[in-house]
Design a protein around this ligand. Structure first.
Ligand code: ADP
Ligand code: MG
Length: 225
C-alpha cells in the first residue's frame, strides 16, 4: 500500500508538472502562430513581429533548458571542489548584471573549508539561480552577502543574504513549486531545479524571509576530508 501511495504521489507531481509545461509552452506558441498569420496577411511592420517571435522562442528555450536539468537523475561528474572556486567563477560571470543593478556582492568565507564532492556545473547553476534571484529582488540595488562556513558536523553552510523585497510568509511554501513566479520574464523553475540539484548532492536548502526586509537562502552540503 505504501508503494502504491508513493507511486500515485509521483504521478500527481508528474501530472502537475506536465500541465504546467503544456501551459507555459502553449502561450508563446500561440503568440508565434498569431504573428505568423499577421505576417502572412501582409502587414507592413514585420520587424516588431519578428522580434517578439524570437523572444518567445527564447522563452521556450529557457524553460526547456531548466527542465532538462530536472531530467538528470544524478550527478553527472562528481569531483572534489573548493566552494570558493565555484563562487569566484559564478560571481565573475554575474558581475556585469550586478553592477548594472547597483548590487554589490560581498563574499565572506571562513579560512578552513573542506572540499565538497559535486558536479561543478550543476552547483554553479544553483549559485547562479540564487544570486540572480537576490539581484532581481533588489531593483534599487543594495548588498548581497554570500557567507560560507563549516558546521560542527563537517557540513558546509552556504548563505545568500539579500536586502530586497522579501517573500510573504504564505508564499515561502510555494517556492519550489513549478512555474510559480512573480516576474514578468521569470520561468518559476529556478528554485525547483536548485532544490533538486542540492538534494542530489545529499544537501538541504532552507529559506528565511521577511517582506520588505530581505531573504536568506541557506544551503547545507556534506564535505569530504
Ligand atoms: P523565477 O526567478 O524565474 O521567478 P524562481 O524559482 O527562481 O523563479 O523563483 C520563484 C519566485 O520566488 C520568484 O518569482 C520570486 O517571487 C520569489 N523569490 C525567489 N528568490 C527570491 C528572493 N531572493 N527575494 C524575493 N523573492 C524571491
Ligand atoms: Mg530565479
Amino acid at each position: 500500500a505504501e508503494q502504491l501511495l508513493i507511486n500515485s504521489e509521483k504521478l500527481s507531481v508528474a501530472g502537475q508538472l506536465a500541465a504546467g509545461i503544456a501551459h507555459e509552452i502553449r502561450n508563446p506558441i500561440t503568440a508565434i502562430k498569431g504573428f505568423i498569420q499577421l505576417i502572412k496577411s501582409g502587414v507592413s511592420d514585420k520587424k516588431l513581429y519578428y522580434e517578439i517571435m524570437s523572444s518567445e522562442i527564447e522563452r521556450i528555450e529557457m524553460i526547456l533548458n531548466e527542465l532538462l536539468i530536472l531530467a538528470k537523475p544524478q550527478m553527472v561528474h562528481s569531483d572534489r571542489e573548493d566552494i570558493r572556486n565555484i563562487l569566484a567563477q559564478v560571481t565573475t560571470l554575474l558581475e556585469s548584471q550586478a553592477i548594472l543593478n547597483n548590487v554589490e556582492i560581498i563574499t565572506e568565507c571562513e579560512p578552513d573549508l573542506s572540499p565538497i564532492l559535486c558536479d561543478q556545473n550543476q552547483l554553479k547553476q544553483v549559485c547562479i539561480n540564487y544570486i540572480k534571484n537576490a539581484i532581481e529582488a533588489m531593483p534599487l540595488g543594495g548588498v548581497l552577502n554570500i557567507q560560507v562556513k563549516m558546521l560542527n558536523d563537517n557540513r558546509l553552510l552556504l548563505r545568500f543574504i539579500d536586502h530586497g523585497c522579501g517573500i510573504p510568509e504564505d508564499i515561502v511554501t510555494k517556492l519550489g513549486q513549478p512555474f510559480y513566479t512573480t516576474k514578468e520574464k521569470g520561468t518559476g523553475l529556478g528554485f525547483m531545479v536548485s532544490k533538486k540539484i542540492i538534494e542530489n548532492h545529499n544537501g538541504t536548502v532552507s529559506v528565511f524571509s521577511k517582506e520588505n526586509e530581505g531573504t536568506a537562502v541557506e544551503v547545507c552540503l556534506p564535505t569530504v576530508s
